[in-house]
Design a protein around this ligand. Structure first.
Ligand SMILES: *Cc1c(COP(=O)(O)O)cnc(C)c1O
Length: 477
């Protein structure tokens, strides 16, 4: 070993630190519920919301924050959203039905599902839940259902195709922004074929993490809203979707060092730091480094409230988006998923075996599989916590890869090689922090007939914990 492995030290909240200091309690949970187990805490959820709220209030903007339900399966966060009086963005029949049965205010719910069948539309229209429509077939279906129920359906239009730096941003979702005015004029209003649809606002949700893209998308939405007012269509809200950046890592220097080392390794100028020298998006073509890091930007300086602030204060022509929205008396809405779940969850697993592979690398098998910490990007780039149950006096620092329970060669839980103070013992504990947003649930499957991991909620702060302080989430599966 010539160089030290780069570290990526995650941000952790007090409740996580408190539990990582109590390995016996975590061991008890693994004994009781099996491995892995997901532990959640709703304290940071509220704190994350408060940051967004403060930004809207500072701009004097009417606002509604809707938690994007799909980012985590636990009902506990829906209950928390209800108790806090915020909204929920629902993306399927069961998500919407659960919110209604849990007593959320239908006025604070929004349905944005990418596929909406008749049963789902019926549920939403009947309950008076705002439906964000994506295409004309959905308009026709919603019109039919509203006619059957003898009501009007409150709808918003998802829009896309914003101009940015001379090009139109592509999205497979929504109506092209430049055609919305004609579409409404032609088909909405009392004499139109969609006369049971009550237009009430605009919605977009963009990929990527550029605040100037979001800023200009909001500005173009506001311009459209102003134009629509002149045609007799009042826009009461604009929903700027989700995808608000969050920052997982503590140190910019570590992040930069990691990227530098990764590129060197891929070029063969340094020891590999990933499984089989996986480039995480980088590759060598004709002897040259190509590509770019294909992971979430785990370190960034523009997260959450800062990100929102930049979108709202984006301006051209001397008026910021916030001022524009106030002038038009439009409520601002957003649908954060991942960023509201920052610091709310962690995944705890047990060591099953240690072995040296045929190339001499240590593989540490954990009782969990790759779908239980699965990033839609190339890797989850946070150092895990390793908790030995017994400290060994002659501990030798060891570099390992963590592997999972699926029969696939690629079930390597983290692509990164991880430096540990010692080789883990069987039964020791490994913790992946900050996994509540997407990582633990979004891609979780039951292949091999493995049962889904148990989801627990912990309510204490930083005191000593007992098994009775953890309650199973009540989500029906
Ligand atoms: C997924 C999604 C969200 C939430 O995105 P995050 O990245 O979790 O904030 C919000 N709105 C829509 C329409 C989505 O598809």
């Amino acid at each position: 070993m010539t160089t030290e492995l780069p570290r990526l030290t995650p941000h952790v909240s007090d409740w996580m630190t408190s539990l990582t200091d109590q390995p016996q309690v975590l061991d008890g949970l693994l004994e009781t519920y099996g491995s892995p187990v997901n532990i959640h805490h709703t304290g940071p959820f509220q704190a994350n919301y408060a940051k967004y709220q403060a930004v809207f209030e500072a701009h004097g903007l009417d606002h509604l924050v809707c938690f994007a339900r799909k980012a985590n399966k636990c009902s506990g966060f829906v209950a928390k959203a209800r108790d806090m009086g915020i909204g929920v963005d629902t993306a399927s029949y069961h998500e919407l039905e659960e919110c209604l049965s849990m007593g959320l205010n239908p006025e604070k719910l929004v349905l944005t599902a990418a596929i909406k069948n008749r049963k789902l539309i019926h549920l939403a229209v009947k309950a008076g839940v705002l439906i964000i429509l994506d295409n004309e077939d959905e308009c026709a279906l919603t019109q039919q259902v509203a006619e059957e129920l003898h009501v009007t359906a409150r709808i918003g239009l998802r829009i896309c195709g914003f101009e940015y730096e001379g090009e139109k941003l592509y999205s497979r979702f929504g109506f092209v922004v430049s055609r919305v005015a004609d579409f409404l004029k032609e088909h909405f209003g009392s004499s139109g074929i969609y006369n049971k649809l009550e237009y009430s606002g605009l919605h977009f949700h963009l990929n990527g993490y550029s605040t100037s893209q979001r800023g200009t998308a909001l500005q173009q939405s506001l311009q459209l809203a102003e134009h629509l007012t002149g045609l007799g269509f009042r826009t009461s809200f604009i929903d700027i979707g989700g995808g608000f950046l969050m920052n997982y890592l503590q140190h910019k220097t570590e992040w930069e060092h990691f990227l530098k080392h990764l590129k060197k390794a891929v070029k063969g100028e340094a020891d590999p730091i990933t499984f089989q020298n996986n480039g995480l998006g980088y590759e060598i073509v004709d002897g040259k480094l190509h590509g770019k890091l294909n992971t979430y930007p785990y370190f960034n300086e523009q997260s959450q409230d800062v990100f929102l602030e930049e979108i709202l204060s984006y301006e051209s022509g001397g008026e910021s988006n916030a001022q524009y929205a106030r002038r038009l008396n439009i409520q601002m809405r957003m649908e954060p998923g991942r960023s509201l779940l920052d610091q709310t969850g962690m995944t705890v697993a047990k060591v099953a075996f240690r072995k040296k592979d045929m190339e001499g690398h240590w593989l540490v098998g954990l009782e969990m599989n790759m779908t239980q910490i699965y990033s839609s990007s190339a890797d989850f780039l946070l150092d895990p916590f390793y908790l030995p149950l017994n400290t060994s006096s002659e501990a030798q620092p060891t570099e390992v890869y963590f592997t999972g329970a699926y029969c696939l060669e690629r079930d390597v839980l983290l692509k990164r090689k991880i430096a540990l103070p010692q080789l883990p013992e069987i039964g020791d504990i490994v913790i992946f922090v900050n996994t509540a947003g997407y990582m633990m649930h979004f891609f979780e499957t039951e292949a091999h007939m493995f049962r889904l991991a148990t989801n627990l909620f912990y309510h204490k702060g930083d005191q000593a914990a007992e098994l009775s302080d953890f309650a199973e989430d009540t989500t029906e599966s």
